[in-house]
Design a protein around this ligand. Structure first.
Ligand code: SF4
Length: 341
């Protein structure tokens, strides 16, 4: 059994200085015993959680942990990160690579699936391990971007004038240092046919101190229009620190969108999704997509039926202005766009 990690105080004081993001990354909760102790999960079996991790280890950032209700094993934020033994059950129809991404990879680290945009898997690192993640089995090692790889990616983008947008994804692109990101964006700036840079990231919500002066500097410096798609699944994820980070991003001219994954036990209730849209609106973030779960092995216990999803959408449309209703979609491996449901 590994040593329990140091227990940090489980409190949030918006007046206190923010912990630097690298320190937050260094103090991610990775040990089940520590998680149970911090959250007062009396009945939880740390050994069982350890076994349930399989090859996708526990990883929870402390700012996110602060938003989980102590002693509540059904907390919707906890359920997103708590390994469950069901993850080890093989489910028919679920696979390791549900989107068949391997076939859309002309250069390692680059996916070119949709017209006009390419996705760069900048790294395999995340601030959190979401148990439903469709890339939980992704072979990041095969796609690691060294200098030579990155140059091949830049050359590929420069050679195809139909590409208007580059999406930085991962893992999470905001776990890369600002100096490295600034240099990459500077090279993309020089490609005349590029118009937009999109960031797919959970970090502004997970570790809001990541949005610091260095990060804002390269975001402000680029000539590209920057769109940041955050990933919040529940209104409880958005606290005062997150609001501050989102406000700073907006102040740097970044357009903010949100994507949510529809998850059983987490956000599969109309009032939960309505509150999320309202909270996003207050934070200046437009609800963009509500995703049906990708059929990745280990995540079947999160699945919500299409019929229930349609009912939820009806309730959202009845309660919210149209611009706060996200589009319900599924990603099909071989479709040229996301499939509206
Ligand atoms: S942050 Fe995104 S890429 Fe990382 S585990 Fe969560 S869903 Fe997957």
């Amino acid at each position: 059994m590994s040593e329990p990690e140091i227990l940090f105080p489980l409190s949030f004081d918006s007046a206190s200085p923010r912990t630097p993001w690298k320190a937050e990354m260094a103090s991610l909760v990775r040990d089940p015993q520590t998680l149970c102790a911090l959250l007062g999960l009396q009945g939880a079996d740390a050994e069982e959680i350890r076994r349930a991790c399989g090859d996708f280890p526990l990883r929870v950032p402390r700012p996110y942990l602060n938003r989980i209700t102590r002693g509540d094993p059904q907390d919707p934020l906890l359920l997103q990160v708590l390994p469950q033994l069901q993850e080890l059950t093989e489910t028919p129809g679920y696979s390791a690579d549900p989107l068949d991404e391997a076939q859309f990879t002309p250069v390692p680290g680059l996916l070119h699936k949709y017209q006009g945009r390419v996705l760069v898997v900048l790294n395999g690192n995340c601030a959190i391990h979401c148990r439903y993640c469709f890339r939980r089995h992704f072979p990041y090692k095969e796609h690691q971007i060294g200098k030579a790889h990155w140059q091949r990616i830049v050359d590929y983008i420069a050679a195809d004038t139909s590409i208007r947008e580059v999406i930085f994804s991962g893992g999470d692109p905001l776990t890369v240092t600002d100096s490295a990101l600034a240099e990459k964006v500077r090279q993309l700036d020089a490609i005349a046919h590029l118009k937009r840079l999109r960031l797919h990231t959970r970090v502004p919500v997970m570790i809001p101190s990541r949005i610091n002066d260095d990060c804002l500097a390269w975001l402000r410096a680029t000539r590209l229009q920057v769109v940041c798609v955050i990933h919040a699944n529940h209104a409880n994820e958005i606290d005062a620190e997150v609001l501050q980070a989102l406000d700073q991003l907006r102040g740097a001219g970044v357009t903010l969108l949100n994507q949510t994954v529809l998850l059983r036990g987490v956000n599969d209730a109309a009032e939960t999704l309505i509150r999320l849209s309202e909270t996003l609106s207050e934070a200046g973030v437009m609800p963009y997509y509500l995703h049906q779960l990708d059929a990745v092995q280990g995540a079947a216990h999160f699945a919500v039926s299409d019929a229930q999803a349609a009912q939820l959408m009806q309730a959202l449309r009845a309660s919210l202005p149209g611009y706060l209703v996200p589009r319900l979609v599924r990603e099909d491996a071989h479709s040229p766009n996301k499939t509206p449901l």
